[in-house]
Design a protein around this ligand. Structure first.
Ligand code: PXP
Length: 253
């Protein structure tokens, strides 16, 4: 397996829908955000259809399937309902995430190791339908081995602990978390898994992760959508892209 030089930026548009749903109307429209992101060079669009539909709706997923020319990464919990929806739409990729109703965001990675048998059966029809199956997990050997055994093609490593430690100035924790992400990216790649990273990434935290040669894609949402309030989505993305490219080229200044 060769390591690609180009690091893909997946833009998560969930929080455009969060703002829309705060008022119950039609604006801001996540599909419009997806179009802007696509036109601005996003390599993919990510959207999480949660069981409680707190942000992205079923109609949003349908609309994204219609308008996108870049791949849709459809995030979902491993439930029967979500499997049916994914099989109906057949998005480019499905990313299986853990979901707890009371959480504010996806707080941890999926416990693949404990549910290996069920998940192997769960993802098989998705793979057969042509979706690339990604599993959102902590940077942990047990979870990576389990994701590999069940037949996932992709893992997305949860960068939340690294980002939280950085922003809370817990530097030893930050360095330890970053090290785990680095080692586990190398390990997962050695098994033949495609490696993505996501959650909590900002302009301050993106470069060290973008520099890992085995990482093929970063999925970034909350920070980019927030930054778009101040500078617009296209410039917010352009700055992220610039930092990713700089890190990839070995420039950490
Ligand atoms: N990747 C996955 C699997 C996620 O669940 C999320 C959050 O929905 C993200 C990436 C993006 O995280 P953030 O919104 O913190 O950038």
């Amino acid at each position: 397996m060769t390591i690609s030089g180009k690091l893909r930026l997946g833009v998560n548009i969930d929080h455009v829908a969060t703002v829309r749903n705060a008022r119950g109307g039609d604006t801001p429209d996540p599909l419009r955000a997806a179009r802007v992101a696509q036109d601005a060079g996003a390599d993919g669009i990510t959207a999480h259809l949660r069981e409680d539909r707190r942000h992205i709706s079923d109609a949003d997923i349908e609309g994204l399937m219609d308008i996108l020319t870049v791949p849709l990464n459809f995030e979902m919990a491993a439930t029967e309902e979500m499997q049916q929806i994914a099989l109906r739409h057949k998005p480019h990729a499905v990313c299986i995430v853990p979901e707890k109703r009371e959480e504010r965001t996806t707080e941890g990675g999926l416990e693949v190791a404990r549910e290996e048998n069920r998940l192997a059966h769960y993802i098989a029809p998705l793979r057969d339908a042509g979706c690339r199956v990604s599993i959102f997990i902590a940077a942990d050997v047990r979870q990576i081995d389990a994701a590999h055994r069940i037949g996932a093609q992709v893992i997305e490593l949860h960068s939340g602990a690294y980002c939280d430690a950085h922003h809370e100035n817990r530097l030893d924790d930050r360095d330890r978390e970053l090290n785990s992400l680095r080692e586990m990216s190398t390990y997962a790649h050695s098994l033949g898994l495609e490696v993505h990273v996501g959650h909590g990434l900002t302009y301050e935290t993106v470069k060290p992760v973008a520099a890992f040669p085995e990482v093929m894609e970063l999925n970034i949402g909350h920070f980019l959508i927030g930054e778009a309030i101040f500078r617009g989505l296209q410039p917010a993305m352009a700055e992220m892209r610039r930092l990713m490219d700089e890190a990839r080229a070995g420039n950490f200044a």
